[in-house]
Design a protein around this ligand. Structure first.
Ligand code: GLC
Length: 729
């Protein structure tokens, strides 16, 4: 459609039809199940509403989306097609590593490929929009959704979010295999007080602008067609009713012109926040804030029309919102082809295809972080007998909490992965993943009594069997971690570590065999201080996805050299949280920070070992003074693989502004390059340092650089001291 045709369509719509176009219903409204309960319970659905609704959440599958779209077009007076939106966060059917693991690859090109593959599968299943990338910056691993972020750094998060948008959207949404991207959750959702889900966010304006907004902005400027409002408040104003945040910052300063969708029922939640007295006021506040689509509440659908007709809410606000939604549908080509790419044949060809599985495996291998490797415990030798002990041996829940459309049966387990590579090893479960008596999983998913009865009866015999297995082997690989649903939405935990029954297994096993390798599956950093002390090698595998088993097996046996680097700090102790690398010197940097625990984390941002070693030459600068906005300093190092195995290294560049009109972080990531090096090979890695990299929000809240002394480091993690100085004139 042309813009004129869209405007003509808009003017044909009644006010009520416009309000309903802004409503998003859950897939349950379109299944045959009883809609008087569950998520539709208080939506008071009618045939008329259903005919006029604009979009649907989580309804996927080529046949089903086509059927629902056909039915809808028959009933919609003006033939306006539905938008199908879904959370395709780390893959649709082929599940890739969780986003936090993807960040640890330090490989933006790979992350873009994963998004492209996810889009191909989701589009074939009839989906038009994915609620990804999640660009929330997170510095508190108690918050369950850290698994959905790419970590604690604004620069890296921005690059990864940008690449995900490009991977999903390509250059033209009408292209086959493309999804519109929705960057979320705007804004600051990753910083809830106490790490407590949905809690208020207390950030200074400078911290918000400096650290928390850049990644969203990068995704918006990459062309993300939607943004989702966050559940939290900022300055005690809920994002979904926050005009300053949405109209001044998002649409004004960032220039966002796409569709702003609320998070799940967040419009109605303005009542619970105490911002709105009722659903009518909630609808008004959200529309005035610039929210276009009301996900999963009936505020817009049932309480906006009257207010518009009585002149209490401006008609223009409604029209601009509806036009943005119609433009999105038009840019997806839905008026010409309401089914877009939904095709059962395409589903058969693409879902879980070999190409996507091998991409998933490669990404998983690149995402693992080798935290410790003493006495060359890794890689394992095929000539030796290894006992694989732990509840993850045959676990299929390796996909993470947002693998909503995957079938766990498609997961290739650890045991299947190892058996393909090196059959005949010893296996023992040792204990369950969940702690006996644990009542809930994230989102308060109850754990049945039946689970605990079985566990309690067999716990002792499982432990004895595992200890016997350990005693028969040359080396032991312990497969431990958190259940895949423990991290994710509503997954804030006051304790983040291996549960007592897993620690009991570890301590029992290490008594009979000290040659212990620990592999940890988790959606978040865990407090591993005690566990790591017992193990000679530790590999952090995150939630690795469909091909997790073979990927871990390949790395354990040295077929693949681990190259992941942490994008989220691993605390030494819970008491350190929040702890992150780009913090501030304070007035007494020499002080210990605590009297009872160290100030330093267990493992810092950017850290990750390899089976080989890399030698860095001193940093070279081709000049030491940057004297204009057009000037460039070329910084370089030579990196040599001094070991005997080829590998990939994420070379990182950090900069410190030594003095500013406000305190500046001790260092900030400003560049990284992942390079491959054969044994003995040396490469020069070059970075450009430009004035715009040095800009920040100054004392007078201007975004600019300030002249003076800077330090630059280039090395293997955020603690590197391999540095030089330069000046900005
Ligand atoms: C959830 C999440 C959001 C997701 C949406 C739709 O509550 O906060 O990330 O996209 O609802 O499922």
């Amino acid at each position: 459609m042309t813009k004129e045709e869209l405007l003509h369509l808009l003017h044909q719509m009644t006010t009520q039809e416009k309000c309903r176009e802004l409503m998003q219903l859950p897939m349950e409204a379109f299944t045959d199940t009883d809609i008087s309960t569950g998520p539709c319970e208080d939506l008071e659905l009618t045939d008329e509403k259903m005919a006029q609704v604009g979009s649907i959440l989580s309804l996927t599958g080529a046949e089903w989306t086509r059927k629902v779209q056909e039915e809808h077009l028959k009933n919609n007076r003006l033939n306006i097609p539905l938008l199908f939106m879904a959370d395709i966060i780390n893959g649709y059917k082929t599940i890739f590593p969780i986003p936090l693991a993807q960040g640890c690859t330090f490989d933006p090109d790979l992350v873009r490929q994963l998004a492209e593959a996810a889009a191909r599968e989701g589009a074939a299943a009839g989906v038009h929009v994915t609620f990804s990338p999640m660009a929330d910056l997170v510095r508190d691993p108690r918050w369950g959704r850290v698994m959905e972020s790419t970590g604690e750094d604004p620069y890296l998060n921005g690059i990864m979010a940008e690449q995900m948008v490009k991977g999903y959207q390509g250059d033209d949404l009408k292209e086959e295999g493309r999804l519109a991207a929705c960057v979320k959750h705007f804004a600051g959702y990753g910083a809830p007080l106490g790490g407590r889900e949905y809690n208020q966010v207390e950030l200074s304006e400078r911290t918000l602008l400096e650290d928390y907004l850049p990644a969203y902005e990068k995704a918006v400027r990459a062309g993300a067609r939607l943004v989702m409002s966050s559940f939290n408040t900022l300055e005690r104003v809920p994002s979904t009713g926050n005009r300053k945040l949405m109209r001044e910052i998002l649409r004004g300063k960032m220039g966002f012109q796409g569709v702003l969708i609320s998070d799940y029922a967040a419009v109605k939640e303005l009542i619970a926040h105490g911002l709105a007295e009722n659903e009518a006021e909630a609808a008004r506040l959200a529309l005035e804030a610039g929210v276009d689509i009301d996900m999963m509440s009936r505020c817009y659908s049932d309480f906006l029309c009257g207010q518009i007709e009585r002149g209490e809410v401006a008609q223009e606000l409604l029209d601009e919102a509806v036009l943005r939604v119609l433009e999105l549908k038009n840019d997806l080509g839905l008026f010409e082809n309401p089914f877009k790419d939904g095709s059962p044949e395409k589903e058969k060809e693409l879902l879980l295809c070999e190409k996507h599985r091998s991409l998933a495996q490669r990404a998983a291998e690149e995402s693992f972080v080798l935290l410790k490797n003493e006495e060359n415990m890794l890689p394992l030798s095929k000539e030796e007998t290894t006992a694989f002990i732990g509840p993850f041996g045959e676990e299929k829940g390796l996909l993470g909490a947002w693998a909503l459309f995957a079938d766990r049966e498609d997961t290739v387990t650890m045991k299947e992965g190892v058996e393909r590579l090196c059959p005949g090893q010893i296996w023992a479960k040792g204990c369950e993943i969940l702690e006996p008596g644990q009542k809930w999983l994230r989102g308060y998913i109850p754990i049945t009594e039946e689970t605990w009865k079985q566990t309690a009866e067999t716990a002792e015999e499982k432990l004895i069997e595992a200890v016997e297995a350990a005693g028969k082997a040359d080396r032991v690989v312990l497969l431990l971690g958190e259940q895949e649903l423990e991290s994710g939405e509503s997954g804030s935990c006051g304790r983040i570590g291996l549960p007592p029954s897993q620690m009991k297994l570890l301590k029992a096993v290490v008594q009979v065999n000290p040659n212990l390798v620990l592999v940890v599956f988790s959606g978040r950093p865990l407090i591993l201080t005690e566990a790591c002390a017992y193990a000679k090698a530790v590999l952090f595998a995150w939630m690795p996805g469909t091909q997790g088993g073979p990927a871990v097996a390949n790395v354990l046996y040295g077929c693949s050299n681990p190259s992941g680097k942490l994008t989220e700090t691993f605390p030494y102790h819970m008491g350190q949280i929040p702890v992150y690398y780009s913090d501030f010197a304070t007035g007494r940097p020499q002080m210990p920070g605590y009297i009872d625990i160290p100030k330093e984390p267990l493992y810092p941002f950017g850290y990750g070992l390899s089976y080989t070693e890399y030698a860095y030459s001193p940093v070279k600068l081709d000049q030491k003074v940057l004297d204009s906005q057009t000037d460039v300093i070329h910084a370089s190092v030579r990196v040599k693989n001094t070991g005997s195995m080829e590998g990939r290294e994420a070379v990182q560049l950090y900069i410190q502004d030594v003095k500013g009109s406000v305190s500046r972080p001790v260092r900030q990531l400003k560049g990284f390059q992942k390079i491959s090096l054969a044994p003995g090979e040396e490469k020069e890695v070059r970075f450009e340092i430009r004035e715009e990299m040095l800009r920040f929000w100054t004392i007078d809240m201007e975004y600019r650089s300030e002249p003076g002394q800077f330090r630059v480091w280039i090395g293997t993690d955020s603690r590197t001291e391999n540095g030089e100085e330069f000046y900005l004139r």
